[in-house]
Structures are given as C-alpha cells and as structure tokens.
Design a protein around this ligand. Structure first.
Ligand SMILES: Cc1cc2nc3c(=O)[nH]c(=O)nc-3n(C[C@H](O)[C@H](O)[C@H](O)COP(=O)(O)OP(=O)(O)OC[C@H]3O[C@@H](n4cnc5c(N)ncnc54)[C@H](O)[C@@H]3O)c2cc1C
Length: 420
C-alpha cells in the first residue's frame, strides 16, 4: 500500500523522469514527489536538438516536456541544477552535490546517457563539439550558421542517427560536411548494410562526403582552433569544427557506487532491471536510456536509447513504484528526420540476428517499408516516407508473424492481411 506519507524521489530531469512524475500524480499518488536534475533547464525532449531546434525552425518553448508552471501545480518538487552524488540504500537516502540529504521510500533512476568522448589528441580544441544538451544545440546552431556563411568544413565522427541528422542540418546551413565512419555503411550496427546504403545515397545527393572504413585519430589545430581531422588510413580532412557523434554511454556511476546490478558494456551496459523496471534493490527502479530490461520478445536484455522508451518507460516505472503489476515489453521504436525523409523503425534486428531483408515499395523513391526477418519471422520494420503503418508493423513483430516474403514485398497486398 502506498500512503500519503511516502516520498518518491526521481533522479534525472529528462523525459523519463518528468513523465514518471506526471504518472505518479495521474495515478493518484498523494505523497511527496521530488524530481532532481543536474541541468538548469526544465525537463525537455532531445529529438529537436538535432532537427528543428538545431535548424532554428522550432523555438525553445516547444521542447519542454511540461510548462514550467506544471511542476508547482502538480506539487512536484523540482530541484534543477542539482546532482545526486550518492545513494545510501540502507538509510533510504540520496545525497546531493551541495550536501543535502533526501529520504526516499522509492527511488527512480532516470539518469539517461552521455555522449561518448573521442579518445584522440586534439579533443580539447574549441571547435570540437558533442550534442546532448540544449546548451550544446545552442552552440552548434551558431557554429553551423557560421560555417554555412563562410563555406566552412564540419567533420562528423560517426554515421549514427545523431551524426546523420546533424549532417543534414549542416548541409541546410550550407556547411561543407565530411562524415568519418569505421563501418562500411551508415547506421551499420542498427540496420546492417542493406538499408544503410540508402542513407549513403541520400546524404551524398545532398553533398555530404563519407569516409567509410576509417577512424579519426587526431584533430589538429592552431591557436586553439581546429584545422583538420586525421584518420587512421593517413588521410587528412580540412575541418573548422568537429562533431563527435560516436554514441552515448549510460550514466550508471550512481547505480554502480550504490552496488546495484549493472549490465556489461559489451552487452550494451546500463542498470539491470526486471520486466517491472525494478533494479536489484526492490525499492529502486530505473527507466529510459539508463535501464537495460530483459525483453521477452527478443529473448535478450535491451537498453533502448530512444525517445519512445523514455516516454513510456518513465510512466511504467512509476506505476510499478505504486505497486501495480507492470510488464514493460513494448516493441522498441524510434523515428528520424533527414532532409525530406521521415522514418520510423520498430523492433530490434542488428546484424547477426536476421537472415533476410524484404523491401516493400520503392526504395529508389525512398517510399518503402523494410523488414528484417529471421527464418521467416519478422524481427523489425522501418517505414520510410510511408505513414500510419507502425501499429501493423509492431503487431507483425509482437505476434512473431511469418508472412510469405513475396506477399510482404508486394505493396498491393494490404499489410493487415499478413497478420497471423
Ligand atoms: C540530439 C539528440 C537527438 C535525438 N533524436 C532522437 C530521435 O529522433 N528519435 C528518438 O527516438 N530518440 C532520439 N534521441 C534519444 C532520446 O532523446 C533519448 O532516448 C531520451 O532523451 C532519453 O531520455 P531519458 O530521460 O532516459 O534521459 P535523458 O534525456 O538523458 O535525461 C536524463 C537527465 O538526468 C540528468 N542526470 C544524470 N545523472 C544525474 C544525477 N546524478 N543527478 C541529477 N541529474 C542527473 C541528466 O543530466 C539529464 O538531464 C535523441 C537524443 C539526442 C541527444
């Protein structure tokens, strides 16, 4: 039973944390809700930071999860600009950077992830950037505008989602863009080579240069400014700025020092949680980018670093904290926008897990759905400039459908007719 004397503390003022606070109130929790975030901004959504906000098409007010006034109205005690530095599990307390100690009955870790750093000489130069926070996006926005004005060069390390979205934005600003990527195609670890090629073509058509099969080894500079980026095959790319977009690492330090069970980095890392998002401590939960949950559909532990997982995982954890019976088994989902291409991906099928890719529609016109299959079973689907199909795609995955590949590839056959 949860009563009004209880205190639920949420560490991390991102999407997962803010949505968890909202859910606690929506479910009728009358105890204290304390949300602690180390950023000074109210909780905000990050996808616009590499898209509309970066391009100056969306304003700052549009990125916030709630109106700033919502927190007081919902009686959520918001502590911004405060870092939780320690958890005392025996005492049921957390300690903030300023020494304040806060007692909790239940605790949610929604600490998210942080950009991986390039481990090469030159990363201290002023023109080397990361993109995770609003302040990063504000800075990058000015950088891209200046590069566009002056015909400047941006080198992006990493052809993942953020690297590609920033490449698209930089081209819209008119900057020269080179993307350096060790794999042979963009998004290789997520999509594999078959569909990745489409992104090479898309960006090449917009003037992005790719340097595949190479790693950045050094950023050279003069007087603190970037001059060039060198790769391990001896090439040198002119650069005025460099964006490190080489992935994100879950922020597990707090959980680790509290002795909570973690997942090995080789297996994706993160705080290990069960299907109700509970950690190895029964009073501590984790959600969003930091949580690695055993996924019943895929038979493996997954740490999903995407918006929808924070949007839904925060509320699921909140309900579990309230004692409700929760099984968090949503099909992983994300979206991306690059130039005039919009896409949604559902499922999980990295290279090594699938043996067939079926394309339905016109890949040349970039209006298609790609499906990744193993022994005929649909593991994942990505709709590109095709809309209102996500629910059906997710049902195909959830029901472990084995549709006839020819029918799956035929856009004249309604997708619904392929459901088991
Ligand atoms: C530029 C960018 C673009 C993206 N675009 C997309 C997209 O198009 N589609 C998509 O599906 N996903 C996208 N994502 C991913 C999505 O934004 C994340 O999955 C989501 O933000 C995760 O939310 P979260 O609440 O788990 O973590 P976060 O948003 O990282 O929030 C965690 C918060 O906790 C704070 N914190 C950490 N440790 C502490 C501590 N000890 N004390 C106090 N506070 C702490 C952090 O500073 C942060 O504010 C994008 C991400 C980025 C960075």
């Amino acid at each position: 039973m949860v009563d009004a004397d209880q205190t639920f503390v949420i560490v991390g003022g991102g999407l997962a944390g803010a949505k968890a606070a909202e859910t606690l109130r929506a479910e009728g929790f009358t105890g204290r809700v304390i949300l602690i975030g180390d950023e000074r901004d109210h909780p905000y959504e990050r996808p616009p930071l590499s898209k509309g906000y970066l391009l100056g098409k969306e304003d700052r007010d549009s990125v916030y999860v709630h109106e700033p006034s919502w927190y007081a109205q919902a009686d959520v005690e918001l502590h911004l600009g405060q870092t939780v530095v320690a958890i005392d599990r025996a005492a049921h307390t957390v300690r903030l950077g300023d020494g304040t100690v806060v007692r909790y009955d239940k605790l949610l870790l929604a600490t998210g992830a942080e950009p991986r750093r390039l481990d090469v000489p030159g990363t201290g130069l002023a023109g080397v950037h990361h993109l995770r926070r609003l302040a990063h996006a504000d800075r990058l926005r000015h950088v891209l505008a200046a590069l566009g004005r002056d015909n400047g060069h941006l080198v992006i390390a990493g052809a993942g989602w953020i690297g590609l979205e920033v490449a698209a934005a930089a081209r819209e600003y008119g900057a020269e863009v080179t993307v350096v990527e060790p794999e042979p195609t963009p998004l290789h670890a997520v999509l594999g080579p078959e569909v990745g090629q489409m992104f090479t073509d898309l960006h090449a058509e917009h003037g992005v240069r790719f340097h595949f099969g190479a790693r950045l080894t050094e950023i050279t500079g003069q007087d603190g400014m970037v001059l060039a980026a060198r790769t391990d095959d001896g090439e040198e790319h002119p650069a005025h700025d460099v964006l490190a977009a080489i992935g994100a690492a879950p922020r597990t330090a707090l959980a680790e020092s509290a002795g909570l069970a973690l997942v090995d980095r080789a297996e994706g890392g993160g705080v290990a949680v069960d299907a109700s998002l509970r950690t190895s401590d029964p009073d501590i939960y984790a959600a969003g980018d930091v949580a690695a949950v055993g996924h019943p559909l895929f038979g493996t532990r997954l740490r999903v670093e995407h918006w929808a997982n924070a949007l839904n995982g925060g509320p699921a954890a909140a309900r579990a904290m309230l004692g409700q019976d929760v099984t968090y088994d949503r099909v992983p989902y994300f979206f991306s926008d690059q130039y005039d291409v919009g896409l949604e991906y559902s499922g999980w099928a990295p290279p090594g897990t699938y043996d067939q890719v079926v394309v339905r529609g016109d890949a040349g016109k970039r209006e298609f759905i790609a499906f990744w299959l193993r022994e005929g079973q649909v593991l994942a689907g990505m709709n590109v400039n095709v809309w209102d199909v996500t629910e059906t795609v997710q049902t195909l995955i959830r029901t472990a459908a084995h549709p006839d590949p020819e029918a799956l590839a035929d856009p004249t056959r309604p997708l619904e007719s392929l459901l088991p």
